[in-house]
Ligand binder design. Structure first.
Ligand code: NOJ
Length: 449
């Protein structure tokens, strides 16, 4: 069967991971800038303030995208660049940057996919409690309106929020991401509900005010990504895939069930009934308004089988397992199983909004970056994705994570996820072998896989 002729081939980034110019162009501080000042918070003491200098190199970066032949570019808007205080006065220089980015992309035939919230919160809003503050959904609504008013004459593809299990779970519960909090379950349940309301508000703004017909996704990763060992284990893997984590804000299913099924998982409602905030029918209607895509970020995963007690059991890794530089398993089968499980549960066309790996890449003596591991990784993952399509899973697009090596959150600049190598001292870019390989896959619409 193969991929659709209009399959969307792209690459992705996020504002604070690449832009730099943290104190230029009227941008204010974000939660991550301030978090990175805490000793030990970020590996190597790195700070996102300089990013990989994309703000200054925007035009030549778009030319690199053109050279790579990608058809779509997923990037996020920096809230602190648009509304330095989070609300109130709009920073016209910030809007100008994104206007020029969109225009430059369109000039070279690349379709923009805009993420509204990819984890960088204006510090001023963080100081007021961030996602714990009941005003957060209306702050988000106001910010979304500014962006939609400015860009929606040329942008029609939108992502509301990216991976709340990280910006809440890792951030407000596990103290690994900014702001490094360890909140109670009651506070987390409030933050989760406010976050879902933020999603609903953004979606409502796009549907009401977009000047071109909009397509919208919410993006999630599934922390319990599971691959059945044999056919007998398919249901066990599916059960685990949609399991609620004990640290509930880290679960994927909590958000995707609320958004795509209009209901929090029953287990969540019963187990935490005493600490949940007020959840009204109107809230759930706002949260679960129809979306065009189910956005999924896919990286590693586990082999799973049905245990003797009937519960899913993770098969321990064997010695010498294939792993990325970040020690994540190379598990291409997730591109078949997770996509299939999610499509069967939610029945919404899927966009793979992120997939890729961190590698130990360096410039070889001949001046090139021979990242054979990443090529093999992509080859395996994309073939499994194509098998899912052949089995009837409606997959509309694939975005490689990432376009450039960049700031990998609490791991700083220690990891390299890009198709394009970045010299972190000079900022110089070099397309890796995998970038050229991906260009050929895009050109053949996956036929050469
Ligand atoms: C998910 C996040 O959206 C992205 O920001 C991050 O860099 C990648 N995963 C890799 O960890």
């Amino acid at each position: 069967m193969g991929l659709r002729s209009d399959f969307i081939w792209g690459a992705a980034t996020a504002a604070i991971q690449i832009e730099g110019a943290g104190q230029e162009g009227g941008r204010s501080l974000s939660n991550w800038d301030v978090f990175s000042e805490i000793p030990g918070a970020i590996k190597g003491g790195d700070s996102p303030l300089e990013g990989v200098d994309h703000y200054r190199r925007m035009r030549s970066d778009v030319m690199l995208m053109k050279e790579l032949g990608i058809r779509a570019y997923r990037f996020s808007i920096s809230w602190p660049r648009i509304l330095p205080q989070g609300t109130g006065e709009v920073n016209q220089d910030g809007l100008r940057f994104y206007n020029e980015l969109v225009d430059t992309l369109l000039e070279v035939g690349i379709t923009p996919y805009v993420t509204l919230y990819h984890w960088d919160l204006p510090y001023n809003l963080h100081l007021q409690g961030g996602f714990l503050n009941p005003a957060m959904p209306s702050w988000m609504e106001n910010y979304a309106k500014v962006v939609v008013d400015a860009l929606s004459d040329r942008v029609s593809n939108w992502i509301t929020l990216n991976e709340p299990q990280c910006f809440l779970g890792l951030a407000y519960k596990d103290a690994v991401h900014a702001p490094g909090w360890r909140l109670s379950d009651r506070e987390m349940a409030l933050a989760v509900h406010n976050t879902l309301l933020c999603h609903g508000k953004i979606l409502h703004v796009i549907r009401t005010f977009a000047k071109t017909k909009a397509k919208v996704a919410f993006v999630q990763a599934t922390p319990f990504t599971s691959v059945p060992v044999t056919e007998k284990d398919i249901e066990a893997a599916r059960d685990r895939q949609f399991m609620l984590s004990d640290s509930f804000a880290n679960s994927g299913v909590l958000y995707t069930d609320a958004i795509y099924r209009g209901k929090y998982p029953d287990e969540y409602l019963s187990r935490y009934q005493d600490i949940l905030p007020v959840i009204t029918d109107d809230d759930m209607r706002l949260i679960s308004a129809p979306l065009d895509y189910f956005g999924l970020n896919l990286y590693g995963g586990d082999f799973v089988q049905r245990g003797v007690d009937g519960k899913p059991v993770v098969v321990p890794r064997i010695k010498g397992y294939a792993r990325t530089a970040l020690d994540w398993d190379v598990r291409p089968e997730i591109m078949y199983w997770t996509l299939k499980f999610c499509y069967e549960r939610y029945r919404v066309p899927i966009l793979v909004t992120e997939n890729g790996m961190s590698g130990n890449d360096w410039i070889h003596v001949d001046g090139h970056i021979h990242d054979a591991d990443r090529i093999d990784f992509l080859h395996r993952y994309l073939k499994c994705m194509r098998s899912a399509v052949d089995d009837g899973v409606d997959i509309r697009g694939y975005f490689h994570w990432s376009l450039f090596d960049n700031f990998e959150w609490s791991l700083g600049f220690a990891e390299r996820f890009g198709l394009v190598f970045v010299d972190y001292v000079t900022g110089e870019r070099t397309i890796k072998d995998s970038g050229y390989w991906y260009r050929d896959i895009v050109k053949s619409n996956g036929l050469s896989l």
